[in-house]
Design a protein around this ligand. Structure first.
Ligand code: CU
Length: 484
């Protein structure tokens, strides 16, 4: 990547806000494609989602075949109020099985998208569930056995935004000042097709692309006013950990994570997100001159691999193509096109969160994430559709302890709960600001053990816990658990 810092630093920039103007980019916005903002649907009335394959713009050639819900490059954005009932009808027009999972929401078993519920071509699946979770940035994606990777990489995902009165009272930026983006990294063929065919070493570390996509838009950019924005980010990559930061190094205000608002906003200069994790941020463009721009980047960091000498090597490219894990990537460019003067958003106290209490834990369970003989396993086993691996008592609180004995990082995802991360031992040895509050996915590096507390009091039924690296998940790094 070329450094663009310090080039074209204007006088206007120098007198402006300390937040963003230190090093404005001069790269032309013309090299970026306008970020697509998917249509918003409110499922208070029944909505229909049609899974189908169609051609989308990829920035190369005639584009590539995607699989999405609807006609866009990713699915429509679902915007739901807490307490509302969602009625969603899925029609499968793909030539392979599919099913949808509402990532982060606690829903009844039959609505949770377990792979055994996958439907065939031409079939419909009717979802009905009450949204009981807090306002926040959730998402949905397909979850068929062995095919989640190829489907999600090709676009079978969408944003799912939950609203509630508690959050509305904070008067956060909304409407055009709220930007929600599904981040992906894709690998394109010379013709522009979306490729996903993990080779042997990629079946171990994961699959990495080199073209950033936002909401299905290649190398996206967005025009903004010189004002405060709310930026919701979802990591929808197959395998990439994104270290999200601004090219200026300016701080952002982290207001929420997977399960909604944090107990209090916190200033951060970056946020690490594994696949499935979300960040809800306030980004301040106020004081920026029209024409200046800032890049939302994934910063470079050492690949968190153990014992392999860093499989992707230290160069920019991984072994099979694509930018290696930890490689730098330009995710989304903001260009100020209109200068406005507005009163600054002033933080008001955030609503209290009730977090699972480890003192109430009935028991502790241990889960070891391992890779042996070219397989990814949890407690030595691969996923079996009908084997019940753990049974939890309805209403109880437990501590689940995840230990990574493998050579690769794993974003561990639990269905049906929002958990609290209690501690991380080994490896990075700390809980980061973006890991406080309620979480459904937590990044586990080699050598780390993290303990989480969860209360299983939403629904009885059969649910999943799995690695959200889509390659690992499709290879069976997943288990069933029952709440009875
Ligand atoms: Cu994994």
């Amino acid at each position: 990547m070329q450094r663009r810092d310090f080039v074209g630093l204007s006088a206007a920039a120098l007198v402006g806000s300390r937040h963003l103007l230190a090093q404005p980019s001069t790269r032309s916005a013309a090299t970026r494609t306008a970020l697509w903002r998917p249509p918003e649907l409110r499922p208070a009335t029944a909505i229909s989602l049609r899974a189908n394959a169609h051609r989308v713009h990829t920035g190369v050639g005639n584009g590539g075949m995607a699989m999405t819900l609807g006609d866009g490059a990713v699915g429509p954005t679902l915007r739901i109020r807490r307490g509302e009932r969602a009625r969603i009808s899925l029609l499968n027009e793909l030539d392979e099985p599919t099913i949808l999972h509402w990532h982060g929401l606690r829903v009844p078993e039959e609505a949770d998208g377990h792979p055994r519920l996958a439907i065939g071509t031409g079939q419909r699946y009717e979802y009905g569930f009450d949204v009981m979770d807090r306002a926040g940035t959730y998402w949905y994606h397909s979850h068929p056995h062995h095919r989640t990777g190829p489907q999600v990489v090709r676009g079978m995902a969408g944003l799912l935004i939950v609203e509630d009165e508690e959050e509305e009272a904070l008067d956060l930026p909304r409407g055009a000042r709220e930007v929600a983006v599904l981040i992906q990294d894709r690998r394109l063929t010379a013709e522009g097709e979306i490729s996903f065919d993990p080779q042997m070493h990629e079946r171990m570390e994961g699959f990495f692309g080199d073209v950033p996509f936002g909401n299905g838009t290649p190398s996206p950019g967005i025009a903004v006013d010189s004002a405060m924005y709310r930026l919701r980010i979802v990591n929808v990559t197959a395998s990439r950990i994104t270290r999200v930061a601004l090219s200026t190094g300016a701080t952002m205000t982290l207001i929420g994570v997977d399960g909604g608002l944090l107990p209090a906003p916190v200033a951060v200069d970056h946020v690490d997100l594994g696949t499935g994790e979300r960040a809800d941020l306030l980004v301040d463009f106020s004081g920026m001159a029209a024409g200046s721009s800032v890049m939302l980047k994934s910063l470079a960091f050492p690949p968190p691999y153990r014992g392999m000498g860093g499989m992707g090597g230290m160069g920019g490219m991984g072994m099979g193509g694509g930018t290696r894990q930890g490689g730098e990537m330009d995710l989304l460019e903001f260009t100020v096109t209109r200068e406005v003067r507005e009163r600054r958003w002033t933080p008001t106290p955030f609503p209290a969160i009730s977090l699972p209490d480890p003192a109430q834990a009935a028991r502790t369970r241990e889960f070891r994430f391992q890779n042996m003989r070219m397989q990814h396993t949890i407690n030595g086993r691969q996923f079996e559709m009908d084997r019940m691996d753990e049974t939890v008592r309805f209403g109880s609180t437990e501590i689940w302890r995840f230990t990574n004995e493998s050579n690769f990082p794993h974003p561990v995802h639990m269905h049906e709960v929002q958990f609290r991360i209690l501690e991380r031992r080994g490896g990075r040895g700390a809980i980061f600001p973006w890991e406080r509050g309620l979480k459904d996915t937590a990044l586990l590096y080699p050598g780390e053990t993290i303990s989480v507390a969860a209360t299983f009091d939403a629904h009885r039924g059969r649910f999943l816990m799995h690695c959200h690296n889509l390659v690992h998940e499709d290879m069976g790094m997943m288990m069933n658990y029952a709440i009875e």
